[in-house]
Structure formats: structure tokens, C-alpha cells
Design a protein. Structure first.
Length: 397
């Protein structure tokens, strides 16, 4: 098909939906409060009358400069859902940043009280963030909250975050997928969590599909998640099913069989959580160190670790003071923690590991000796038979 014929077909499709909004179907995808074990809100998603994926419709609309037209059709169908919104929840509607330059889109949003509405800016369109300031101010005056979608990829960069100052940051599912095995992804989510804290915003993790992902996100303090593990998009305002409620009530319980057998990742006892101890922390001063035989963590005004103070090796010996260079989340797998510990420079290689939460605040310390003990116990429990078979094989040869 030629490019002209392709564009013509898409124009006809978009014209059809604009002329008959009844061709559009809306579904609602729950956003889950993991601590409360409940649905906190619903995101409105679109389904169109064809086998073509929804993303293709919006991609084609952008290519034809008709994204505002399509957003307008969806918004006019979605906003009346507010009248049936369950008490204590919010409704998320999507629009592209470029659509907010269209007066029809803005006026449609401003026609009603937007209390309980989250206007989510999709990341797919590049635009000057400064052009968003005025329309977003108008939406907030009507009670709306603003969310940035797919943060961490594409156009949802730090500059847009700084200008928009969103109330919700939605972490892209590519950062969530498999983060239990990926320190870099966890570090990026932790960074976004710290940004959200500074913005006084909520962070939402998208695309959560495994218990292992949920466990890590919950341990990092991520309050809201969205994904097929807990709830799928549905035609109405759905509630959490019994399996989702069970997973949220008992994060260590297997879902649908053994988590280890399913390859979903290690149980929480395989990470640093069990070994994390609280060392005394002080705010910006080390003169009191001599009063305590254990390690002391010096934090700044925001509880971010700065210095690790260790007692001298012998009585009367001056304490050792080192900058905190490596911090770990408590859910870090033990083998990974061991590798990070021995990679430190020589003098501090066997210092305690400092643990921080998702915002970088001090949680506690883990002794390297405890990490080694956990590694040894794991090797005895899981690898003993394999080692025996290996040596028997050599003797038999």
C-alpha cells in the first residue's frame, strides 16, 4: 500500500470514530494502593473497532496531526464516568502534551469540576514544556492533578518533570520488567522515587506482572502499582479479586504455585532485609562516636547517609571515618551485595554496607560477615548435593 493510500485509510478511520463516538469502547485499568490493599484509582483506556492495536491509532493520529481530534473524542466519552466514580478513588484520563494547545481539548476539560481527575500527559509527543504551564495551571485551578506517563523513557525527561511539577510520576514498564534481577533498573526507580519525594508527588509503577516485581517495588516504598498481576482492564469499575488481595496481604506467599519453581525470583529471605540492623545515626556530628562501640552513620538534614564512623581496632585508638560511597536497597540479593562489597577500595572493603530506602534515606547497616554467612548457608542448602555429585564423578574417573 502506498503512503498516500495508507494516510487516506487512517483519515477515514479517524473520521468514522469522530462522527460516531459509539464506535469507541472504554475500559478501566485499576491503579492499586499496595499498602492499603485496595483500588486507589482507574485509568481510562481506549479500544477501537478494528484489529489494529490501540497504540497504532494514536501513533497514526500523531503522524497526521490529528492527535487532538482523537484525544477529544476519548475525553468526551471518559469524563462523564466521574458521575459513577467509586468514593475515595480517582479517574485518570490521557492526553498528549500537544493536544493541550488545542482550545477545544482544554475547554472540554474545563467544563466540569475536575476534583478526582488525574490528567496524564502521554510521553509520545515532543513539545516545549513551557507551553504546558498555562493550560496545566487552568486544569489545577479546576481541581485536577497532573501525571507524567512513561517517566524514564522517550520525551518524559527531567526538563519536562521540572516544568510540569506533576503530582504523579508513572514509571515506564520497561524499568519495572525484571527489576528484581537488575540493580541498574532498581537504582533508576529509586532515583525517580527521590525526585517524586522532592516534588511532593506520588510514584506509580506500571506493568507489574510478577510477584517478584511487586515485592521489590513494595520494599522500595513505591505506593501505587498498575499491572496484570493485580488487575486487568475491564468495562466497569472493578475491584481486586481474591488472588490479588491474597498477594497484597502476604507478599511472601507463592502465587499460583511455587515462586521459586516458576523462576519468579528469590524469596525475601534471599535478600538483605533479614540481616539489616539499625546502627545509631547522628545528624552531621561525629564527636559523640566514642560513646558507642558500634558503627555510627552520619546523616545530613534529610537523613541521607554521608559518613560511616567505625571504632578503632584497639582500645583508645581513634575512630575511623569514611565517606559513604556505596549504598544498597534492603531487597538487594545477597550475592549481588557481596559482589558490591568486595568491589570497594581496599581500606573500606570489609566495612558494613549502608542500606537506604527508595528516597535515599538511611535504613540500617549490614555487616559483611553476615553477607558471607548467608552465602555459606545458601551454598550448603542448595549446592551441597551438586558438589557431592561433582566429586563422586571425579573419583569414579
Amino acid at each position: 500500500m502506498s503512503g498516500r493510500a495508507h494516510r487516506s485509510r487512517w483519515h477515514r478511520r479517524l473520521d468514522a470514530v469522530g462522527a460516531d463516538p459509539g464506535l469507541l469502547q472504554l475500559v478501566l485499568h485499576p491503579v492499586v494502593d499496595v499498602a492499603g490493599g485496595r483500588v486507589a484509582g482507574y485509568e481510562v483506556l481506549s479500544r477501537f473497532p478494528s484489529d489494529v492495536p490501540t497504540e497504532e491509532w494514536f501513533r497514526a493520529a500523531r503522524a497526521l496531526d490529528r492527535d487532538a481530534d482523537l484525544d477529544l473524542v476519548v475525553l468526551r466519552a471518559a469524563l462523564p464516568l466521574l458521575e459513577r466514580l467509586p468514593h475515595g478513588t480517582f479517574l485518570t484520563v490521557n492526553t498528549s502534551p500537544t493536544s493541550l494547545a488545542d482550545p477545544a481539548v482544554v475547554s472540554t476539560l474545563l467544563e466540569r469540576d475536575l476534583t478526582g481527575v488525574v490528567v496524564e500527559l502521554t510521553e509520545h509527543s515532543a513539545c516545549d514544556p513551557a507551553t504546558l504551564v498555562e493550560p496545566l495551571a487552568q486544569l489545577r485551578e479546576r481541581g485536577a492533578l497532573i501525571a507524567l506517563d512513561d517517566v524514564g523513557t522517550g520525551h518524559s525527561g527531567l526538563l519536562r518533570m521540572a516544568v510540569v511539577r506533576p503530582e504523579l510520576l508513572k514509571v515506564d514498564l520497561q524499568l519495572v520488567r525484571g527489576l528484581e534481577h537488575d540493580l541498574v533498573k532498581r537504582s533508576l526507580v529509586q532515583l525517580l522515587g527521590e525526585c517524586a519525594s522532592r516534588l511532593d508527588a506520588w510514584i506509580v509503577a506500571e506493568g507489574v506482572e510478577s510477584v517478584a516485581e511487586l515485592d521489590v517495588l513494595r520494599a522500595m516504598g513505591v505506593p501505587l502499582v498498575q499491572g496484570y498481576l493485580l488487575a486487568r482492564p475491564a468495562a466497569g469499575f472493578g475491584t481486586l479479586g481474591p488472588e490479588a488481595r491474597r498477594v497484597l496481604a502476604d507478599p511472601a506467599a507463592p502465587a499460583g504455585g511455587s515462586r521459586l519453581a516458576a523462576g519468579a525470583g528469590p524469596r525475601r529471605t534471599g535478600d538483605l532485609t533479614r540481616r539489616t540492623k539499625t546502627a545509631r545515626s547522628v545528624d552531621g556530628a561525629v564527636s559523640v562516636v566514642g560513646e558507642d562501640p558500634g558503627p555510627v552513620v552520619v546523616v545530613d538534614a534529610e537523613d541521607v547517609p554521608q559518613l560511616l564512623v567505625l571504632p578503632g581496632h584497639h582500645p583508645g585508638e581513634a575512630p575511623q571515618v569514611r565517606p559513604v560511597g556505596v549504598t544498597l536497597a534492603p531487597e538487594t540479593a545477597v550475592p549481588e551485595a557481596a559482589a558490591r562489597a568486595v568491589a570497594r577500595p581496599g581500606p573500606g572493603r570489609f566495612d558494613p554496607l549502608v542500606c537506604t530506602d527508595a528516597t535515599g534515606r538511611y535504613v540500617g547497616v549490614v555487616g559483611v560477615e553476615d553477607v558471607v554467612l548467608d552465602l555459606a548457608q545458601s551454598a550448603r542448602g542448595a549446592g551441597g548435593r551438586a558438589r557431592t555429585a561433582h566429586w563422586q564423578g571425579r573419583v569414579g574417573a
